[in-house]
Design a protein around this ligand. Structure first.
Ligand SMILES: Nc1ncnc2c1ncn2[C@@H]1O[C@H](COP(=O)(O)OP(=O)(O)OP(=O)(O)O)[C@@H](O)[C@H]1O
Length: 265
């Protein structure tokens, strides 16, 4: 089944067009990285996946997520685990007193707080305990957000997204704020999560394209520059075009890195 199947999709904020005639198909199991410069439209594309925004209507457009064009938003969100920096910010700013357990539990209610009336059940509690254990963060169960590191809160937010066992996880620059070791550990976690669900990762960093990611989408100024197997897409020409700077890329031990940037060109 396709996770997304878009044809001729255009998105505008007020009267400014930001995605132009996007056609994109991502199949279940095709772990995909989406790369592009600042403001190219990556986050906007992800918001289309989760129905947080809608495209401009046209007769030729098609927008299906998990094979359906019409979704109950709550059902859709159960199928998609969405991790954004905004989510991280909302928790750290709005709910610093929540524990790791409560952050994960809030995933059942799509909320940033927990309220008595939400009435969680022993099954909810059991599922949260299982997810915390599977991510090896049971030690964060009772730790308050206010005393967590960025990496610890990020993992609790991953746990929050996993309580529904989503079919796909959509991550928008999930390593922002992590130091090098925490970044490597986080990518190892994603590699592990990729065994059981499809990962769609938005990043600016080539080296974050971990081994299981097989597909890459390059976006520039709201247009898809290239989409396909990473071995075919990640070349000097496509990446230079995407980022507007002449660069050379190499692949070592299944990891892509920028070898050289010609700043003067
Ligand atoms: N809510 C909004 N209202 C108006 N314009 C917006 C809004 N959100 C994004 N934009 C504009 O849409 C364009 C695409 O933004 P988007 O956030 O999708 O890019 P991005 O590739 O995710 O950028 P970055 O890498 O900096 O996060 C930009 O020109 C941005 O200014």
């Amino acid at each position: 089944m396709s996770i997304v199947n878009f044809e001729h999709i255009c998105v505008a904020y007020e009267d400014k067009n930001v995605l132009h005639d996007i056609s994109l198909k991502i199949e279940e199991g095709e772990h995909t990285a989406i790369l592009g410069a600042n403001g190219s439209g990556k986050s906007t594309l992800l918001k289309l996946f989760s129905n947080d925004i809608y495209p401009r209507y046209s007769e030729v457009m098609k927008k299906e997520v998990f094979g359906k064009s019409v979704w109950d938003i709550w059902e859709l969100k159960k199928n998609l685990g969405i991790i954004t920096n905004d989510l991280h910010y909302q928790f750290s700013e709005r709910s610093p007193d929540l524990s790791g357990f409560e952050v994960a539990l809030s995933g059942f209610f799509s909320s940033f707080h927990l309220y008595e009336h939400q009435g969680f059940s022993p099954l909810h509690v059991k599922k949260v305990e299982e997810v915390l254990a599977s991510l090896e963060i049971s030690h964060l169960r009772d730790k308050r957000i206010s005393s967590m590191s960025t990496g610890e809160l990020r993992r609790c937010i991953i746990a929050r997204s996993l309580v529904h066992e989503p079919k796909a996880m959509i991550l928008d620059e999930p390593t922002v704020g992590l130091d090098i070791k925490a970044q490597m550990e986080f990518l190892a976690l994603l590699q592990n999560l990729a065994k059981e669900r499809t990962i769609i990762l938005v990043t600016h960093h080539l080296e974050e394209i971990f081994a299981s990611i097989s597909q890459v989408v390059l976006i520039k100024e709201g247009l898809i520059v290239a989409h396909g197997k990473k071995e075919e897409v990640l070349n000097d020409e496509n990446l230079s075009k995407t980022f507007g700077v002449s660069l050379h890329v190499k692949c070592e031990n299944e990891r892509y890195v920028i070898e050289k940037i010609d700043f003067m060109k």
